[in-house]
Design a protein around this ligand. Structure first.
Ligand SMILES: [Zn+2]
Length: 257
């Protein structure tokens, strides 16, 4: 069975911009995995970091269950996702265990460093999968095979310098939007916090709006997720686009990019 893994920074990032694509892969018979590198321990103004960490762990597991995804525990705390070898060894071990054909992660340009560092760590962890002399934690043997890395749209659809980022391809998430929304709603602590500061259901509405904006960019789909495919060098022997192969009519290359 083919596998895909979404690797994001914070609990709820996957549900915001990657979960629709994961769900479509699941419907196509793939095994899907979720990993947020950070515990989300700073995501509260009300509770301690320790309490927030434990609440968000339960919520992230619940969200993965809604998606039907295998859940992997976080490795870092908020603002502490650094491009360093300790995390790289742990992430590389997960890649060797999951053996994904498709890896979904953040944009290399995004609004904050936890996202950009997650993107960099993920690319290197995938890159090192076939290198027997790179030690992973726990130790796992290197694996053969191609992997394709796709980068999600950045938060706000812009880089840190406000430049608009155009997706290389669109995935039609309209048919799975309701499940994606239900998975996002599993992050109850975040919803409650934002409901109070920004109005009822603002959390879910923000996700609706983002997928509608990307859908409009596609000129075809009502709800969509946007992706940019990493260069295959060091990752795949051929320039494959497995999402196009699997998702077919639910996938549209963006001719403008
Ligand atoms: Zn995030």
């Amino acid at each position: 069975m083919l596998s895909a893994i979404a690797i994001a920074a914070h609990p709820d990032d996957i549900e915001f911009c990657m979960a629709g694509t994961l769900l479509l892969l699941k419907h196509a018979g793939w095994k899907i995995h979720c990993l947020n590198l950070s515990s989300g321990n700073l995501g509260s103004v009300e509770f301690s970091a320790a309490k927030t960490r434990s609440v968000r762990r339960i919520e992230a597991k619940r969200a993965a269950k809604v998606l039907g995804a295998h859940w992997h525990p976080p490795m870092c705390d908020d603002l502490e996702i650094l491009y360093e070898v300790k995390t790289l060894r742990r992430l590389a071990a997960v890649i060797r265990e999951v053996k994904p054909a498709v890896v979904l992660t953040h944009s290399p340009q995004d609004y904050m460093e936890d996202h950009t560092n997650t993107s960099r760590l993920t690319v290197t962890a995938a890159f090192s999968r076939g290198m027997p002399n790179f030690r992973t934690t726990p130790p796992r043997a290197s694996i053969p095979g191609d992997v394709t890395v796709y980068h999600a749209m950045p938060h706000g659809l812009r880089d840190g310098l406000r430049r608009l980022i155009g997706p290389g391809a669109f995935v039609n998430t309209t048919g799975v939007h309701a499940i994606k929304r239900e998975a996002l709603a599993a992050h109850v602590s975040q919803k409650a916090w934002l409901d109070e500061s920004q109005g009822m259901d603002s959390y879910l509405i923000a996700m609706d709006e983002m997928s509608k904006v990307v859908g409009k960019m596609s000129r075809r789909f009502k709800h969509a997720e946007g992706w940019r495919r990493h260069l295959p060098l060091g990752l795949s022997a051929t320039d494959r686009d497995p999402l196009a192969e699997v998702l077919r009519k639910n996938y549209r290359v963006n001719a403008a990019c």
